[in-house]
Design a binder for this molecule. Structure first.
Ligand code: ADP
Ligand code: MG
Length: 247
């Protein structure tokens, strides 16, 4: 089992969109039992998969001492893909976790699911708090979407330094150039510069459409450039996981 976190302290960089697509690829194309675990109060992952809302407000309760994630996990309409969705109860999660005083609660919960899932994909909230600390303890790899800008390379260095300072370690990071627009000179320059080796996800209407259709891109535009880019990213993650396991 491997835990893949789509992680950034920023909002609006494409985390949820990527997490949902990667989970779909892992489950449907990779044939791996996959859990998409939404840790953001906005609950966007379930929405993008076309799931109905669970109004019972129990998502944060999973983290309590006697919490059992299996009881809240729902199947989706896609083979091998399950969802643990977020709801407004997650607002109190940072406080709950701090009170619980177990830095590895999320890691522990993920471990209890190791026989049921080969991949757990975490859609992370856009902040650095107790929840993101737990994510760092639980993840085998961090996928970090970054805008196409020289500032992103600096932001990534800073993130690495912060993570090392606060924890002494961090999971391997796979940075991704997100929302790349090849018509823009600045984006092309960023791609030729410090972000040269990053996987690239284009800024694309087809990717935006996933939020209107509430379905993964490959269900309606499987041969699009965007679907291919997302496929390359998914494969790069699998290679990274193999490298990490071999190291
Ligand atoms: N590659 C992309 N091209 C175009 N729009 C995108 C792309 N990735 C995400 N978006 C759009 O950007 C907005 C923010 O994306 P989202 O995945 O919710 O980001 P985050 O989870 O980081 O806040 C959404 O409206 C989404 O549809
Ligand atoms: Mg999000």
């Amino acid at each position: 089992m491997a835990v893949i976190a789509v992680y950034s302290p920023k909002g609006g960089v494409g985390k949820t969109t990527l997490a949902v697509d990667l989970a779909w690829r892992s489950a449907v194309l990779g044939g791996m039992r996959t859990l998409l675990w939404d840790l953001d109060v906005q609950g966007g992952a379930g929405f993008l998969l076309g799931q109905g809302e669970d109004l019972r407000m129990r998502a944060a309760g999973v983290f309590q001492r006697d919490g059992r994630p299996e009881t809240l996990i729902q199947p989706t309409s896609y083979p091998n893909l399950s969802l643990l969705s977020a709801d407004e109860s997650m607002r109190s999660l940072p406080v709950h976790l701090a009170r619980l005083g177990q830095k590895r609660r999320l890691a522990q919960l993920a471990w209890t699911l190791r026989r049921d899932y080969q991949r757990i994909i975490l859609d992370c909230p856009p902040m650095q708090n107790e929840v993101s600390e737990q994510i760092l303890m639980a993840a085998d790899v961090l996928i970090v979407p970054l805008p196409a800008s020289p500032l992103s390379a600096r932001a990534l260095d800073m993130l690495r330094r912060d993570l090392m300072r606060d924890n002494g370690r961090h999971p391997p990071i796979l940075p991704v150039m997100s929302m790349y627009d090849g018509r823009r000179k600045a984006h092309r320059m960023a791609r030729e510069g410090a972000m040269e080796h990053f996987p690239v996800i284009p800024m694309a209407s087809a990717i935006e459409q996933t939020a209107f259709r509430r379905a993964p891109i490959s269900t309606f535009a499987p041969n699009s450039d965007s679907a291919q880019a997302l496929d390359r990213l998914w494969r790069a993650i699998e290679v990274k996981l193999r490298d990490v396991a071999a190291a």
